[in-house]
Design a protein around this ligand. Sequence first.
Ligand SMILES: O=C(O)CCC(=O)C(=O)O
Ligand SMILES: [Fe+2]
Length: 209
Amino acid sequence: MTDARSPEPSIAAREPAEPASPPPCHLLDLVAEGLLPAGWEETVAALADAPECLTLSRTDQWSFSVVQGDVVCDRLGWLWELYHGVLRDFATRACSRPVVAAARLRSTMTLNILSGPGASSDWHRDNNAVTGLFFATARTDGGGDLLFRDAAGRESAVTPRPGLFVCFPGAIEHRVAPIADGRRLSLPMVYHDSTADQPPAYGDDVYVL
Ligand SMILES: O=C(O)CCC(=O)C(=O)O
Ligand SMILES: [Fe+2]
């Protein structure tokens, strides 16, 4: 017997949910590839606690801090090498455009630290040809996915896990969904189309490989 009072259509009569679209990025599992040194997770976690860490925004509940590229280069030499080698080559192939590393040392790559309930980043586009992201922590309970949004407003998600590298054209809108608690560590990497077509470096921001 059906319940005539129910205003809800039956499940079968509902429109089928739109299938989730795949995220517009390319994935490389650096753990599976055997490209990460023993103890790398502890080294990244220690860097997130280092005095060189700069807090950019803070509320009662959460904070957003970064460690800049000059320090990352110094302390995570293995990732610096990957940034200029394997990851750059992967990004070039995956995104079908030759990319080069950023000329400015401090913005080549950063360690981003989102900490505390609600920590997130808003929808934005990156001002570079291709963005790489290396995840150093797993999805926190119920949050912290990397979300993409297409021109029609459809969203897709990548769930962080330690050692996962993703890359995508910087022009694609993306954000970090709020974390439930704990600390989310990621290392965004900047790639440009050419050495000429990017902001130049000056002074102690210049580096030589
Ligand atoms: O940490 C992430 O997953 C995204 C970071 C990001 O979008 C950025 O730094 O521009
Ligand atoms: Fe971004």
